[in-house]
Write a protein that binds this ligand. Sequence first.
Ligand SMILES: CCCCCCCC/C=C\CCCCCCCC(=O)SCCNC(=O)CCNC(=O)[C@H](O)C(C)(C)COP(=O)(O)OP(=O)(O)OC[C@H]1O[C@@H](n2cnc3c(N)ncnc32)[C@H](O)[C@@H]1OP(=O)(O)O
Length: 206
Amino acid sequence: RLFSSEKLTQRDHSLPNPSWSKDLRLLFDQFMKKCEDSSWKRLPSYKCESSQRVQDFKTHFLDPKFMNEQTVHGQLFTRSFEDGLGFEYAMFCNDAEKRIVCLFQGGPYLQGVPGFLHGGAIATIIDATTGMTALLAGGIVMTANLNINFKRPIPLCSTVVLNSQLDKVEGRKFFVSCNIHSVDGKTLYSETTGLFIKLDPDKRLK
Ligand SMILES: CCCCCCCC/C=C\CCCCCCCC(=O)SCCNC(=O)CCNC(=O)[C@H](O)C(C)(C)COP(=O)(O)OP(=O)(O)OC[C@H]1O[C@@H](n2cnc3c(N)ncnc32)[C@H](O)[C@@H]1OP(=O)(O)O
């Protein structure tokens, strides 16, 4: 593992790996088909993002005091588990419709009540999906509010579908809603509304 390719090149974690369930693979293939006419796009995902947007974020909003020998090891929370143990997911966006679909399989280390996902883990994948929906529309945003109704418990290691939608923009405020359904569409697990604020270029984070 010391010489694993992950150390040399960044792996795109939103591609199938052996831990993915049949459900997750089937849905992934369906969405890859939707990508063929480019109305939908798969969003790649890395442990350490080094895109232009991240560079801009660091330059404009991050005070250098937050960078030290510990924070230099920072990596994306949702990609910090071994394959299959934590968050396995792939996001697809439809720019015209301002929506994102996230196919999500929550692994055994995300347990809360035995046999079911932890509410914080559910909130995390909702935050990541709604945050990305706002980010695609508004650039550098942060979550100001998430209001989640947990309606049914999500079985551990099952595959579910998040549907996230940009509802409204008011100045720097981006309003996003999101629901989570079972793969067969019959069970509604949660409903969420979120507020994301585009960072003010005149203010650094402190
Ligand atoms: C993240 C992007 C970075 C770029 C990198 C991209 C690639 C990376 C790859 C993959 C990333 C995926 C990662 C997913 C992560 C998901 C995102 C998170 O979890 S973020 C962490 C949790 N959130 C916080 O820690 C925020 C803490 N809060 C703040 O820092 C401030 O409150 C902030 C920035 C949100 C707003 O502060 P102000 O000073 O800029 O703005 P003010 O003037 O306070 O508010 C503006 C307007 O919004 C309203 N507002 C603000 N907060 C509100 C609230 N909670 N409820 C209702 N209204 C609110 C205010 O009333 C005001 O409205 P009026 O203009 O007067 O009409």
